[in-house]
Ligand binder design. Structure first.
Ligand SMILES: Cc1cc2nc3c(=O)[nH]c(=O)nc-3n(C[C@H](O)[C@H](O)[C@H](O)COP(=O)(O)O)c2cc1C
Length: 447
């Protein structure tokens, strides 16, 4: 089932949505709660935002596997498979038939963005409030191809935003616009239903090159678009908020520091957006996403993790499952294999480290290990991995821009092979299934 918008998703959560009526400040307080909530904790809706009467802030929406699955109308176990199957059949967006809710309120040429939106300040040394779930939309000035991705944006005061353009394709579009001495029109959509948000950070390929068509595939229904008010960009009609503007040609300014998904601050010299309009729904919901939180892990686990799993399964026999290690910004994964030969496990390590630009460490285990349980993975590393024999290091790779450990020389990458060396089916201690079932039944009564 597709959710028509963020409101429909929230309405469906029932007890899994915590409504917070205490007053919360968008400066630090909302981020502190979002960071502190465990992944399996509820989604939250701040209904009383200091200095922003009528505005609400939502967060922790898809941090848990169960809510992520609900957002896509599937089960937690089927999450990667659901994405891999659906993305094969893109569903192109359509023009909205009715009036666009995102245009219920229109501010043309606003003087001060921060007086309109409760943009969160997240960490103590952040230079300013930052937008963390802004889906930036624009078109290639030459081909008309859509660009769509999450890019962090710094509130620079007045109607200016700094934007980190580290990933393709938007930096390429900007380079083309700049070569012609022109600005690049952009629209920033905020408060999308989760499937469309997820689609903005997936890797797309030749079969479904348009992330908006990938969103349709994931939803099972086309996304409804409408033309923006002041720029030549199509925007989701049912977003909560849209910021319209132009990336100024040739302008670069300090952007940051900002506490990133790596858990470290990162500054850059980045392009600048000049805002031309802000449109939003009545009583809009601003989407909060705290960097280095379980919700970021969830976004990356599907957007990058499921994709890498699909690629590896197409290349190597016996690849069963893949989990992105939480808190690593997608730099670290664990892969489970079933009876994969030693030679193929080495190939798998080399391939994975090269297929994903972000990936820096991979651990391969047998599928008797629960890859979502750090204790089990640590056990496999402690008892099946031999450092001198089972470590693969590759040098001279491109570093990911926000990795604080990388130097100008790029990065090295490492694979740990923690699979059984003996060739035996299992070398684990075991208990009789009947005894285990009895124990589990008693433990279940405790909850
Ligand atoms: C939470 C989150 C924040 C991101 N922030 C940025 C950003 O500030 N700048 C950027 O260029 N890319 C950022 N990205 C990544 C892009 O949206 C990226 O295009 C997307 O993940 C697709 O991956 P690919 O570029 O490796 O194909 C972010 C991704 C996520 C999940």
């Amino acid at each position: 089932m597709a959710y028509s918008d963020l409101r429909a998703f929230l309405a469906d959560l029932g007890d899994d949505l915590l409504r917070i009526r205490d007053e919360f400040d968008p400066r630090f307080e909302a981020a502190a709660l979002l960071r502190t909530l465990p992944a399996e904790g509820p989604a939250v809706l701040f209904e009383n935002v200091r200095a922003y009467p009528g505005a609400r802030i939502a967060g922790n929406l898809i941090a848990s596997r169960s809510r992520l699955a609900r957002a896509l109308g599937t089960t937690a176990d089927a999450l990667p498979r659901t994405w891999l199957e659906r993305k094969e059949h893109g569903i192109a967006p359509i023009q909205a038939r009715d009036a666009a809710p995102v245009k219920e309120v229109i501010h043309r040429h606003p003087d001060d963005l921060l007086s309109l939106l409760p943009i969160l300040t997240h960490h103590e040394k952040d230079a300013a409030p930052f937008i963390t779930t802004g889906v930036v939309l624009c078109t290639d000035p030459e081909t008309g191809r859509r660009g769509m991705g999450i890019h962090r944006m710094m509130v620079k005061g007045g109607r200016r935003l700094g934007i980190l353009l580290a990933n393709p394709p938007i930096p390429h579009f900007l380079a083309k616009a700049e070569a012609a001495g022109k600005p690049l029109d952009v629209a920033i959509a905020l408060g999308l239903e989760p499937a469309t948000l997820l689609s903005s950070v997936v890797k797309v390929g030749p079969r479904v090159p348009d992330k908006m068509a990938a969103a349709g595939a994931l939803r099972g229904e086309p996304v409804e678009l409408v033309r923006a008010e002041t720029v030549d960009v199509d925007i989701p009609a049912r977003a909560e908020i849209v910021i319209e503007g132009r990336i100024l040609p040739g302008v670069r300014e300090l952007e940051g520091p900002f506490g990133e998904n790596t858990g470290h601050y990162f500054s850059n010299v980045s392009p600048v957006i000049e805002i031309s309009a802000v449109t939003h729904r009545d009583n809009f919901i601003y989407p909060g996403l705290c960097p280095w939180s379980p919700e970021v892990d969830a976004l990356l686990s599907l957007a990058a993790g499921a994709e890498l799993l699909g690629q590896l399964q197409g290349l190597i026999d016996g690849v069963v499952d893949l989990e992105m290690a939480g808190g690593t910004s997608g730099f670290s994964v664990v892969v489970a294999v079933h009876r994969t030969t030693a030679a193929d496990v080495r190939r798998l390590v080399m391939l994975a480290l090269n297929l994903d630009r972000r990936l820096k460490t991979i651990t391969v285990v047998d599928d008797d290990v629960d890859i979502r349980d750090p204790r089990e993975v640590a056990w496999a590393m402690a008892t099946r991995y031999q450092p001198a024999r089972d470590t693969v290091v590759i040098h001279g790779c491109e570093a990911y821009v926000i990795d604080p450990s990388a130097t100008g020389d790029g990065t090295s990458k490492v694979g740990f092979i923690a699979t059984r060396a003996s060739g035996a089916d299992s070398d684990r201690i075991t208990l009789p299934p009947a005894a285990l079932a009895k124990a589990r039944a008693i433990i279940a009564r405790l909850h």
